[in-house]
Design a protein around this ligand. Structure first.
Ligand code: FNR
Length: 365
């Protein structure tokens, strides 16, 4: 196994993790839905966007801090929700909590975390900000309790996952015949381990969730509400009309609908429509899926995203090297960010704008 210092980018962690992880854990983390076309596209879509850098700008000092839902962060990414952290490391999600604190970024806590919600909240230090990812239970009383508990414990955002009325078929995961789920499975769940880890723990999720439920969420919490898994401009407009504070343009890391488009591609379609209506400041737009380089983050911000979520790379870094791995992965992104901001000719994120990218390679340019 290479030593940690030999990991020079986020992809390097994946190669190491693949060799050291248990087969079932690797299958759960790395799988995508069906033919994994969307999962691959999430990564390659970024390769269709090129830079149009500025020259002769003073870039001696670079500041890539920003705010997300009112929280000041050092760099425009957050650790997105990924279930079952203990499959990769016995400490589980609290590793992300500690790394997020060190790098001053936000962690989104998954409903299906391996650690309990309170353990993860307790691992936070000082005024560290955490968000909550919610899978909505068929039993709304359970959901209400979870949401209100999260708010009481100080969570600063409620990310409702809207792209998973049924879990996608992740065949790699299904084949690995999962047995040891080790999550705080919610009541109402019937586990069927022959269908892989994901399906074993997700049967409580309500497929009847609809736009009609949004006012109910708004009535039970004062946390900002963000819809995670939006995939078309019509739904972004509807989200704005429904009065939610944000959307994540996401296809769940390619684990749900195969042939869903990548978040970056959808972003390129969404922002011009919002700008035309003068609505670009009415909502915060995030994307996730396939973000592996600071240049990916910069491209998303140029196109109008407030920030990006990163999932698998941190799971792999944690599985391969524990906390030092996640720490290094985040530091690599910061180093890449500083260099690439300089090379594109921008000293702060408010200077990032659509003229700095050539999106003609995208189908929605
Ligand atoms: C996820 N994702 C996810 N999303 C969510 O809303 N609730 C969840 O429980 C999970 N669990 C989960 C587990 C694993 C192993 C992965 C890889 C992903 C989706 C996640 O939040 C995010 O949308 C993607 O991971 C982003 O893509 P990348 O960064 O993994 O390419």
């Amino acid at each position: 196994m290479p030593i940690l210092e030999q990991c020079y980018n986020l992809m390097d962690f994946e190669a190491v993790a693949r060799n050291v992880m248990k087969k079932t854990a690797w299958a759960y983390y790395s799988s995508g839905a069906d033919d994994e076309i969307t999962m691959r596209e999430n990564h390659t879509a970024f390769h269709k966007i090129w830079f149009r850098p500025r020259i002769l700008v003073d870039v001696e000092k670079i500041d890539f801090s920003t705010t997300m839902l009112g929280t000041k962060v050092d760099i425009p990414f957050y650790v997105t929700a990924t279930a079952l952290g203990k499959l990769g490391n016995p400490e589980g999600e609290v590793i992300f909590t500690k790394a997020a604190k060190k790098h001053n970024v936000v962690q989104m806590i998954p409903t299906l975390a391996s650690c309990s919600f309170d353990e993860i909240m307790d691992a936070a230090q000082g005024d560290q900000v955490q968000w909550m990812q919610l899978y909505v239970n068929k039993d709304r009383e359970i959901t209400k309790k979870i949401v209100q508990h999260a708010e009481k414990r100080g969570c600063k955002g409620l990310f409702i996952t809207v792209d998973a009325p049924q879990l996608g078929r992740r065949e790699k995961d299904m084949r690995s015949k999962f047995t040891d789920v080790g999550s705080n499975v919610q009541s109402g769940a019937q586990t069927d381990n022959s269908q892989g880890a994901a399906r074993a723990i997700s049967s409580f999720i309500d497929p009847a969730l609809s736009w009609k439920d949004i006012p109910w969420f708004q009535s039970i919490t004062k946390m900002p509400i963000i819809l995670k898994g939006v995939q078309r401009v019509e739904d972004v407009i509807r989200a704005i009309e429904a009065g939610v504070q944000g959307v994540v343009l996401s296809n769940h890391g390619g684990r749900q609908l195969d042939f869903a488009r990548s978040g970056i591609e959808v972003l390129a379609e969404v922002m011009p429509v919002l700008r035309e209506r003068g609505w670009e400041n009415r909502i915060e737009i995030y994307i996730d899926g396939g973000v592996r380089r600071a240049t990916d983050i910069i491209k998303a911000l140029c196109l109008g995203a407030k920030g990006v979520g990163i999932g698998r790379p941190f799971l792999y870094a944690m599985s391969a090297y524990g906390l030092p791995g996640v720490d290094r992965a985040m530091q690599l992104l910061k180093d890449e960010m500083e260099m690439n901001m300089r090379l594109i000719g921008c000293s702060s994120v408010d200077q990032l704008n659509p003229t700095l990218v050539d999106t003609r390679g995208l189908s929605t340019h």
